[in-house]
Design a protein around this ligand. Sequence first.
Ligand SMILES: [Zn+2]
Ligand SMILES: [Zn+2]
Length: 176
Amino acid sequence: MRTVRRDGTAPPDLGTELVGIPAGADLELDLRLEAVMEGVLVTGQVRGPLAGQCVRCLEDLESEIEVDLQELFVYPERSEQDDDDELREIVDEYIDLEPALRDAVVLALPFQPVCRPDCPGLCPQCGQRLADEPGHRHEEQDPRWEALRVLAHQGELAQQGDEGGPDGVAEDEKES
Ligand SMILES: [Zn+2]
Ligand SMILES: [Zn+2]
């Protein structure tokens, strides 16, 4: 077994549209290479910076990510026997970690990245980032005022109804 500790730079497209490890960022690789029957088993961790955008408030976010990697690289003659296209090959005694790393990173990424777990997002009326202005609200949109307005409106309707036919409908019902 061989232990490999090295730094590298992140290849492009290490992530999704929303969040990922920026291309060219420093990566820290901590890997163990183990000779097995079929080829070489690579296990370990990769650490790097994470950059993206909060899905709620669209603010840029930065953090770090550590990804567990476990991948079997097989000798070419082995993969020919096996029709499995998913197998990663050892080519000319080299293994190409990049596709395996990309898969592992994408799996480890937050599905809905947020700048902080309780990010309140944006004001639906004006787009203000609510985390910057905790008390932010629009008077007209306050649900309590809205409820009052509805009540007042209902009161008006009821009054109109009373005035409209005090002797009409009510009298008919009594007689029948
Ligand atoms: Zn946010
Ligand atoms: Zn607003």
